[in-house]
Design a protein around this ligand. Structure first.
Ligand SMILES: Cc1ncc(COP(=O)(O)O)c(C=O)c1O
Length: 438
């Protein structure tokens, strides 16, 4: 049945009101949280208007809110929650690590060695180092590239996100980025611009840093030819080609680079590869990673209290060796592709556009309803519809990010994914006059 609202603003107002009434416990907690956290928030991406929903717990593919609502979790911790909230192998590994190994031992352990070995095998890395987050992986990959090349500048791409202080948003380099004068920002998916930016500064560039799919877009997919051309251009000028797989490593057994046929010098990793525990890693060519070999005089130090934390090393290894095996990765991403195609089918002719690869998706609400996004500038958002969609999906029991990024949790029943498609269809019918492209 279609709604009686003649404007998105009216529909939004009513949906916000329903949201507030359904989530009074969250509202109360949010107000309390603002007394000790700026805006009640400690992770910007999780802030949502009119106020955030407070979650109480999660199990399997579901999360449970403080207001007593049950949601199918399509946030999946922004891709890091691949295994869900209680995957039996991960759970028993964490429990046995706690009881038999202990928390950090202030020493080198077999745990980091075995996880490193598996990561090297799976992602074709010569050597790897662990960090506490993807942000740190970016940071140390860049510092290593600078040391290796003796150069300073880094080429990145508009719309790219490589961590909390490495964001190249609409206005260029984000205000809180580190080394703001050292970035050269090229257009994503634009081979000519990339080549010209890389090759015209040849002697100054330490590294070229790119994502195969820009996760914060959400999900602006890189053309294979573009990514291969960027790699070639970086090689041509002797810069380190760093491929950010913090999000995309789950898309194939050997990450997105395997699908595209790339051979990065350095790959950055993170998120799910710690089995749900804080994690990051960077690795690749042995000669480049040697700058971090403590036996070599004049190398770089790279410390971090929790780099080899026992829980992340053990859970990451258990997940990769026993749960997210190569075959599982292939099948899971087929499920994701099927899901995305169904959503694309139901949203034809509307302002809703679905992008992504495998188990990572972006849902956009665009004023012009264009179906392909090649750069962030192509994205002319209808912010009202974006929020309305979020509010309504929550009402129907789906937990998604307000910005429209989705990721799948292993073991989510296909019936739930189909139900999401039905709920989306219902939304599009209900707001037919608001969502159609004029
Ligand atoms: C592509 C990419 N790189 C790096 C990062 C930073 O990872 P972390 O949040 O673990 O610092 C993220 C996080 O979302 C990411 O998506």
């Amino acid at each position: 049945m279609s709604s009686s609202y003649s404007t998105t603003a009216e529909a939004l107002e009513a949906a916000r009101q329903r949201f507030t009434e359904r989530n009074l416990a969250s509202l109360k907690l949010h107000n309390e949280a603002t007394e000790s956290l700026p805006g009640g928030n400690t992770r910007s991406v999780l802030y949502s208007a009119p106020f955030p929903v407070f979650m109480n717990s999660g199990k399997g593919y579901q999360v449970f809110s403080e207001d007593g609502h049950i949601y199918t979790d399509l946030v999946a911790e922004l891709t890091a929650g691949l295994y869900g909230h209680s995957q039996p192998h991960i759970l028993s590994t964490l429990q046995s690590t706690l009881t038999e190994t202990g928390l950090n031992l202030g020493a080198t352990t077999k745990l980091e060695m075995q996880h490193a070995r598996l990561l090297c095998e799976r992602f074709g890395l010569g050597r790897v180092r662990f960090t506490n987050s993807g942000t740190e992986a970016t940071l140390h990959a860049i510092m290593g590239a600078r040391k290796y090349t003796g150069r300073r500048k880094i080429v990145v791409f508009g719309g790219g996100y490589h961590g909390a202080c490495f964001f190249f948003c609409e206005g260029g380099s984000a205000e809180n980025n580190v080394d703001r004068e050292d970035w050269i920002i090229a257009r994503y998916n634009d081979i000519e611009d990339a080549k010209s930016k890389i090759e015209s500064h040849a002697t100054e560039i330490a590294a070229v840093l790119v994502e195969g799919m820009q996760g914060s877009g959400p999900c602006i997919v890189g053309d294979h030819e573009f990514l291969l051309a960027v790699q070639e251009s970086a090689r041509k000028i002797g810069a380190v080609f760093i491929f950010d797989e913090v999000m995309t490593s789950r898309l194939a057994p050997g990450g997105l680079q395997e699908i595209v046929g790339l051979k990065p010098d350095i790959t950055t990793l993170g998120k799910w590869l710690g089995g749900g525990i804080t994690f990051g890693a960077f690795g690749g060519r042995e000669d480049m990673m040697q700058v971090y070999d403590p036996r070599v005089q004049g190398g770089l130090a790279h410390s971090g209290t929790f780099n080899n934390n026992t829980l992340g090393m053990a859970a990451g290894h258990a997940g990769l060796s026993q749960v997210y095996t190569a075959d599982v990765a292939v099948e899971f991403n087929k499920t994701g592709d099927k899901f995305r195609k169904k959503l694309q089918e139901v949203s034809k002719g509307t302002k809703m556009t679905v992008t992504g690869l495998g188990t990572i998706l972006g849902i956009h609400w665009l004023v012009d309803g264009r179906k392909e996004l090649r750069t962030l500038e192509d994205r002319r958002e209808d912010k009202g519809l974006l929020e309305l969609f979020w509010l309504e999906m929550l009402e129907d029991g789906f937990w998604i990010t307000q910005r429209g990024s989705l990721a799948l949790i292993l073991g989510t029943p296909e019936g739930e994914l189909d139900r999401f498609v039905e709920v989306v269809k219902k939304f599009l019918e209900k707001y037919k006059t608001l969502v159609e492209v004029r």
